[in-house]
Design a protein around this ligand. Structure first.
Ligand code: NAP
Length: 867
């Protein structure tokens, strides 16, 4: 430790908190040679596990996964006794690690940080302890846990109760005796549900005051046998990798099936298996849509409600214990004999929604219906989560703005990656708001955060960068992603502490990153690999390399939303398409990216004849009186995959916005049907529309063709065919990042061969399935760019994406059309990726593209009408 000229201690980093995250942060930074001081309010290490000593406290993630993974030695030297370790064992483990790494020498216990202020002049933090001591550090790192600010509701008369009162999160060190006492527990979250069965065994009488009944599943706890321990240790590298790239930080994940696909009997069998197996996510992982679809969710919820009915003998009590919120939208709960406890004679249950607590009295609790005399009251009422612990300190960034004010008490919560927030340079939050933390196995999240922060500090030091700060654009973007992801699930539909809804007056909003720890890791790693894009920093006076200073968030680069989608797709671990069979590749379901289909006046499915068979079409009609102009639309998918559902959302949007009938065509796919079947089907569809215009409310004089990717290719080819074969006169061709040439010899192929959704290898795979032979690729009906003459073709819109191997061939086609005298509107969406047109659920750029296309169609139809 050094002193500055005013004798104030100077550290490289100050870390607040000596729980799992603070301890590892200390170790990592100290090993890298930095001077670090940890301040901890408690008397010893442990964080959450130091404070939460209530009876029955144990972890809800299996012990073998709930430990540090960074050290082989620590892994080898520690053995867990049971599947879900109890609090004393977890605390012993933390102590063991603290001793082993000799961490205590840099921790000051019984010292609470009261305030931290960023000094813009010196580019460091001044940290003040509650006892008045002042220290400074370049980096200020909060490791205070997401659930450390206990919540004791402000009941009237709280101080008048003469008995004992405890909060589960601030439990005394000495044993609390319940023997023969009348005990009241308020709250039935994870803490209450763990404590209630244990307290009931000792208490004279236990009264549970329940506000919201919970879904709880049996932990199925048991001592570990030697074989489990041996196998886990032997395969730990693989297990670690699985945990790091998983959804919740444990080595398994959801099944790929919908709950609605199975028969009720099979579902029952699945849920029963999950129930017997135990595990925090066992039930949720049975299907992939329990967290997302109300009907799927209800199947799991009903199963648990039925279990409650079976387990609790008194039907009235059972009824009170039945939850109705969406299962899994509060942290799932594991218990040991929770519901069975209500069969005991000494346990009663008060529904405080039906009879709210009015006040605490001298002798107990008064509800609107009765007085409950008690000797002990236990508040299992949870925490002011995520933002609460941060707001307990007076943290001030640039211009003396406090964090609490910047985030408007949480209403304007904004971070980048949940790690940093603009205006607070060199401050890192471990497992803070908008990170996956509380939704995951904390240990996996903690290690990832600590390692990312340590690497970042190394980078900053190496390149002499100071005042490292998230940009406003980056945190705006990140916060939007957190909200958007949460909205895609049922998480935001329940009043939970995830939403801040448990604290009176706390602004409501989803507080964590719900995309999973695997995706989160990929995103964080990518930001680091891009030289910490999304952050700004200043050069130290003695530094030279100005190129390292970032000014914005992905400027002149890939669109952040598109980047996010790419990482999401990467995190699914899906093999490249070319490794699959066409049948398997066709099973990929991207509907979430498309978003919610909007209403159109009418949707009709029909079949139409084509040479040698028939194909389906889906006809979308807009509101109003026909006849309408028409767009014959061809979906993308390399002529091998894709279907009417893939483009359902953009077709609806185009019908509504362009005021036209959209006929989406399910042409036959390769390799079953090779070139030129798709092109001939596409052409037959246009002829059919022209011939049957009256029957589908279409004006035959105003028919356009359009499509995306391979569908764009088909639209261009149909325009050529119509010209050459004397077919219907087409009003317009709408070509969205079209395939126009069987060649890979463009800059866009060279610059974007992979990493941007459509890869060169996948294109090769598509072409090989589509074409009968190389010669076919030279045919203008496969490669319209090779057509000798493009004159006389309908006016065109050509939209391309900046990060797309097909960009240049689309633009080359636009240039040739123009050169041939065809009116062309050509737009490149710089930051976008291939496929963006059908991703309006997640990309603002898709809305722009669809709106542009709809406007262009409207204009083209108007021009024909007024001719
Ligand atoms: P919690 O889940 O927030 O539960 C608090 C309980 O108190 C809820 O039943 C809540 O009812 C009730 N409550 C809150 N304010 C109330 C009021 N004013 N009047 C009446 N009742 C009120 O808190 P927790 O049980 O301490 O758990 C918090 C989180 O800590 C868990 O979700 C979990 O992530 C973690 N935890 C983990 C473990 C573990 O196994 N490792 C153990 C304990 C806790 P409402 O539901 O109506 O709000």
């Amino acid at each position: 430790m050094a002193l500055n000229h005013q004798n104030v201690p100077v550290f490289d980093a100050v870390v607040v908190g000596a729980g799992f995250s603070g301890l590892y942060m200390l170790h990592r930074l100290r090993e890298a040679g930095y001077s670090v001081r940890v301040y901890e309010a408690a008397e010893d290490v442990g964080g959450t596990w130091y404070w939460n000593r209530y009876p029955g406290a144990r972890c809800d993630i299996e012990s073998i996964y709930y430990n540090y993974t960074f050290s082989e030695e620590i892994l080898n030297e520690w053995t867990w006794s049971s599947r879900y370790a109890e609090q004393p064992e977890i605390l012993s483990y933390i102590n063991f690690v603290a001793d082993k790494l000799d961490l205590r020498r840099d921790i000051q216990f019984k010292n609470r940080v009261a305030a931290a202020r960023y000094d813009e002049h010196n580019r460091n933090w001044e940290i003040r302890l509650e006892n008045g001591t002042l220290v400074t550090a370049e980096y200020f790192i909060t490791a205070i846990g997401a659930l450390s600010a206990s919540n004791i509701p402000k009941f009237k008369g709280l101080d008048s109760f003469k008995g004992e009162m405890y909060h589960t999160g601030r439990w005394p060190h000495e044993k609390v005796s319940f023997s023969g006492k009348r005990v009241g527990v308020i709250g039935t979250g994870s803490s209450g549900i763990q404590a209630i069965p244990v307290i009931a065994k000792e208490a004279g009488h236990l009264t549970v005051f329940q506000r919201t009944p919970q879904y709880s599943c049996p932990a199925q706890n048991h001592p570990y046998d030697t074989e489990v321990k041996f196998k886990t240790r032997e395969n730990y590298d693989e297990i670690k990798q699985l945990m790091q790239y998983s959804m919740h930080g444990i080595p398994s994940g959801p099944q790929l099936r919908s709950a609605l696909e199975d028969t009720p009997e099979e579902r029952e069998r699945q849920y029963e298996e999950a129930w017997q197996e135990g595990g925090l996510f066992s039930m949720l992982y049975r299907y992939n849509d329990i967290h997302r679809l109300p009907e799927a969710n209800e199947t799991a919820a009903a199963f648990i409600r039925n279990k409650i009915k079976q387990l609790v003998h008194n039907p009235e009590k059972a009824q009170k214990l039945m939850p109705t919120y969406y299962y899994g939208t509060k942290r799932p709960i594991l218990d040991t004999d929770y519901y069975e406890t209500y069969n005991r004679d000494n346990v009663s249950l008060v529904d405080i929604k039906a009879e709210p607590i009015e006040e605490m009295t001298l002798n107990g609790i008064r509800t609107t219906e009765a007085d409950y005399e008690l000797d002990v009251i236990i508040f299992a009422t949870g925490f002011d989560a995520m933002t609460g612990p941060l707001f307990k300190m007076d943290i001030r960034g640039k211009n003396d703005v406090s964090l609490k004010d910047k985030w408007a008490d949480g209403a304007e919560l904004k971070t980048f990656l949940g790690l940093a927030t603009s205006g607070f340079p060199n401050m890192f939050m471990l497992t803070g708001p908008q990170s996956p933390s509380v939704l995951s196995n904390m240990l996996i999240s903690i290690e990832q955060h600590v390692e990312w922060v340590a690497d970042c500090i190394d980078y900053l030091r190496k390149h002499r960068l100071e005042a490292f700060e998230a940009t406003v654009e980056a945190e705006e973007f990140w916060s939007q992603q957190c909200h958007a992801l949460a909205e895609m699930s049922l998480l935001t539909k329940t009043d939970s502490w995830y939403m801040g809804a448990n604290i009176e007056g706390k602004p409501r909003g989803f507080l964590a990153f719900p995309g999973g720890v695997g995706l989160y890791r990929l995103l964080c790693d990518d930001v680091a690999a891009r030289g910490y894009e999304g952050f700004t920093s200043s050069l130290a006076p003695n530094a030279t390399d100005k190129g390292l200073v970032k000014e914005g968030f992905f400027k002149k680069n890939i669109d952040p939303q598109a980047w996010f989608i790419l990482k999401q797709l990467e995190s699914t671990g899906m093999p490249p398409m070319e490794m699959l069979t066409p049948e398997l590749a066709r099973m990929a379901d991207f509907r979430l990216l498309a978003g919610v289909p909007e209403e159109v006046q009418k949707v009709e499915n029909r079949t139409i004849p084509v040479a040698g068979g028939e194909i389906s079409v889906r006809i979308y009609s807009p509101a109003g009186e026909g006849p309408f102009p028409a767009l014959v639309y061809y979906h993308g998918g390399g002529w091998v995959i894709g279907n009417l559902d893939t483009v359902d959302v953009p077709c609806r949007m185009l019908a509504n916005r362009a005021g036209c009938v959209v006929i989406s065509v399910d042409y036959r796919l390769a390799p079953e049907h090779k070139f030129p079947t798709a092109a001939e089907d596409a052409y037959a569809a246009v002829e059919w529309v022209a011939e049957h215009a009256a029957s589908i409310g279409v004006d035959p004089e105003r028919i356009a063709v359009g499509g995306d990717s391979a569908g764009g290719n088909l639209a261009a080819v149909v325009a050529l065919m119509a010209r050459e074969q004397g077919g219907p006169t087409l009003a317009y061709q709408m070509l969205i990042y079209p395939v126009t040439n069987h060649s890979y010899d463009t800059d866009s192929y060279r610059n974007n061969p992979e990493g941007y959704f459509l890869t060169k290898n996948t294109m090769v795979w598509f072409w090989n399935h589509y074409l009968g032979d190389e010669q076919d690729g030279q045919n203008p009906y496969a490669s319209p760019l090779l057509a000798k003459d493009l004159s006389g073709l309908p006016p065109a819109l050509v939209i391309t994406a900046g990060f797309d191997p097909l960009r240049d061939e689309g633009e080359a086609y636009a240039a040739r059309l123009k050169a041939a005298g065809v009116p062309v509107e050509a737009t490149r969406y710089d930051g976008m990726i291939h496929g963006f047109f059908w991703m309006p659920g997640v990309l603002a750029g898709a809305h722009d593209g669809i709106n542009q296309a709809a406007n262009a169609l409207k204009q083209a139809f108007n021009i024909v009408k007024t001719k």
